[in-house]
Design a protein around this ligand. Structure first.
Ligand code: DNO
Length: 389
């Protein structure tokens, strides 16, 4: 009997003199290539492998990213514009020049953050939505095709430990629900959370959100999307909402992008093809009720961007992140990729959070080494599944 959590029938070993004749498989796959049209990819089969790059402040140089086999481009952002303001063209142009210079595309932006006033439906939102739409138009001029964003109130992704030691000496990000419940949201210094508010601002925001129910937040999301869809059409950009991470309410704040129900509601409310998803396996997978293969199959043609990563369940709501391959954790990464491919996925992919390995000193989750290993594994999965091996 095959052990699902092992590497299957083979044992992986390491030999440093294997002659590798790496060719980009996608170039060979003309038939699949011809089918790829939605996101404009012509050369890489049905998906494009990308790598998140935090701009000039990132400790990982573009030249290293370029050397990862099969990498088509980076996923990046302008980081020095306050949330709510328009991203000026010169800033976008500079970023694009850097990527071009490194031989990498810049077709995905993660994220253009959404201002809290938009999430709260304040009167100031119309001006802010207008600004967002202008940013979309500006990005479109520089070849951007997809924007990843989220609609989580106040906090983005949350973990309770960024350096949990694994048996092999690597470290991983992890989340323990009990630990989180014990934290005081008004005096929060959480790992991984960008502390962009002062304590007073944070307290004010949390107070304001008392009025915002799940329904209200969802209506505000729909209002926002309807406001920007014309700009997306004009610019040729797909919006790809990132699921809430983890996908449950935090500190009494509503979270609304949590699984299949949310996907269905979003499409019904805003049917435009420009309204789509970032399918983040680690975020959605934290909720055990989410059947990721089913979701991937049902929404493959609306998933414009896939964040692929693995996790290991440690309790009903507790998990640790793990290496990308299926055998390393509880998510069937192979099955998910298969479901995506078989149902017409044509989006961008990036290896999401890696473990910290080989003593790398980098932003938690965003080191070079483990993500590069993840990319190599994912490229292999895509090639094998697309070729029907
Ligand atoms: C975490 C990321 C998220 C994501 C945003 C998108 O590692 O996946 O921070 O970028 O939620 O807006």
């Amino acid at each position: 009997m095959r052990d699902e959590r092992s590497l299957g029938f083979i044992k992986m070993t390491f030999c440093n003199n294997i002659a590798t004749k790496n060719r980009l498989w996608a170039y060979e796959n003309k038939i699949l290539t011809e089918k790829a049209n939605i996101t404009g990819q012509k050369e890489f089969g049905l998906m494009k492998m990308t790598f998140r790059w935090y701009g000039e402040g990132d400790s990982i140089p573009l030249s290293y990213i370029r050397q990862i086999p099969g990498m088509s481009g980076v996923v990046t952002a302008v980081y020095d514009v306050p949330v709510g303001e328009v991203w000026a063209e010169d800033k976008i142009a500079r970023l694009k020049r850097l990527c071009d210079g490194a031989g990498l595309e810049m077709e995905v932006i993660e994220s253009v953050p959404v201002h809290e006033d938009i999430k709260q439906g304040k009167p100031t939102r119309d001006k802010l939505i207008e600004n967002y739409a202008q940013t979309i138009r500006n990005l479109g001029k520089y070849g951007v095709k997809c924007i990843c964003y989220n609609f989580m109130p106040v906090f983005d992704w949350l973990r309770t430990d960024l350096k949990r030691k694994n048996a092999d000496g690597s470290t991983s990000l992890c989340y323990c629900h009990d630990t989180l419940l014990k934290l005081d949201p008004k005096n929060l210094h959480l790992p991984g959370w960008d502390e962009s508010y002062t304590t007073e601002e944070l307290n004010g925001l949390l107070e304001e959100y008392r009025e915002i129910t799940h329904e209200k937040l969802f209506d505000n999301l729909v209002y926002f999307l309807n406001g920007i869809m014309p700009a997306c059409e004009e610019a040729g950009i797909n919006m790809a909402i990132h699921p809430d991470d983890p996908p449950w309410d935090m500190f009494g704040l509503p979270r609304i992008v949590t699984g299949g129900e949310s996907y269905k509601k979003m499409i019904e409310a805003v049917p435009s093809r420009r309204n789509g998803f970032t399918f983040c396996t680690g975020s959605l997978g934290a909720e055990r009720g989410n059947d990721l293969k089913e979701l991937a199959a049902a929404y493959a043609d609306r998933i414009y961007f896939a964040h692929l990563r693995q996790l290991k369940y440690e309790g009903e709501r507790d998990f640790a992140e793990a290496g990308h391959l299926t055998g390393a954790g509880d998510l069937d990464i192979y099955g998910i990729v298969k479901a995506l491919i078989e149902n017409g996925f044509r989006g961008y992919v990036r290896p999401d959070h890696g473990r910290n390995i080989w003593g790398e000193n980098v932003k938690p989750g965003y080191g070079l080494y483990d993500r590069a290993l993840g990319a190599a594994y994912l490229n292999g999965l895509f090639e094998a599944i697309e070729k029907g091996v």
